[in-house]
Design a binder for this molecule. Sequence first.
Ligand code: 5AD
Ligand code: SF4
Length: 459
Amino acid sequence: MNKDLTIIDTMEGLFSKERFVYIETFGCQMNENDTTRMVGLLKALNYKTVDEPHRADLILINTCSIREKAEHKVYSSAGRFKRYKRKNPELVIGISGCVAQQEGERLIKRLPYIDLVFGPHNIHRLKTFLADIYLKRQKVVSTDLYDTIDDGEYVATPIEGIKAFVSIMRGCNNFCSYCIVPYTRGREVSRPSKEIIEEIKEYAGKGVKEVTLLGQNVNSYGMSGGDVSFTGLLRMVCGIDGIERVRFVTSHPKDISDSLIYLFGEEDKLCRSIHLPLQSGSNRILERMKRVYSVEDYLSRVSLLRRLYPDMSITTDIIVGFPGETEDDFKETMEVVRTVRFDGIFSFKYSPRPMTLASTFKDQVPEDIKQRRLEELQRLQKDITAEKNRSLVGRTMEVLVEGRSKQDASELTGRTTCNRIVNFPGSPELVGKMVGVFITHGYSNSLRGIYKERSRLCS
Ligand code: 5AD
Ligand code: SF4
């Protein structure tokens, strides 16, 4: 008999048994999306997801290494699962994501109870990895990086709810001096637009109303491997029937084009919100970060966006305590935050990462100074966000209803086009609908209101 067929038969037999998988995900939306892809692949292999790790036949930890703290979580999480292995020697424990890519074999040496280590470029090989573990009883480490995307590497995955996240590219070519992503996720490659559009159409057919396009730097979509520009792709996505809202993350300020900025005025479905990481308000630090824009460039993009779309939400990422950041540099960052009045900030203490240029800089900032700067920045932003949210009281905003509120099941939760969370009492029939909500309260992280009407309104 053909030897390959025997292996395939054995594989089919192997996956005819129902099994349970528990997945823990850390980090960014890319990782969340990778987890969704893994769930899709595993469903086809007869795995059901469970919320209790002790019931699982397979435990996967999808990891993040953007900061040292995130990396440490891998070890505490894996440590928690070790005891299940003692009770069930057949249990398979795997580590995927950026720490897997960064550490490879070292993870198996450090955590001998781990069976599987695979990086972000190898997710679609999960079936073969599991077959090798079960049939050949061997451990698997797969951390090759590729400059192209395989056919079928990204496919539509089972989706629940009305929102879908779709990777349009992977990797990053920017090599910001603090960032590990280009090393763990490899070079930038764009997916063909046809494949992306087919995936989104499939979601739309299953009731998805909102799609978020994902990439480390979506504005350079099409520059390595894609067939249209990012603006072209957005137009195509906005043209898909059934999709009512389109979002995207993350944008690099150096690549955000005028045509993209004007597109917000041309495409109704394009949500009025943009995440535009500033990182620092000091030109000297931006240069050392290799961000390739100045504060003035950044502010001119923001002022064009605000002039054209006064209600547009602009959020950002800021790192405090980058090597060499002086008190004056930090003050400049605070000044930009006061000037722009961001709708939200994700703020981080600089964390030296392996392989990165900035980790070799000698003038590292002491931890207590980083902590103090972070707290100061967060205090300032908390007041700005709360003020902005309060200023929306009295307005009726268009909300896409996502589901029941987690805090109070009698309430619904949804988001405005500018990505603010709105909670309000209402009937579950409204889930998936675009409704008008009259805002009665503005808090630091959300809005509250009362249901007004089920119709299209402007926000
Ligand atoms: N230290 C702290 N923050 C970092 N980020 C990326 N690398 C680091 C690092 N080494 C932040 C940046 C980026 C966000 C996703 O994480 O602000 O935009
Ligand atoms: Fe990291 Fe810079 Fe690429 Fe963003 S653009 S992923 S910060 S290297």
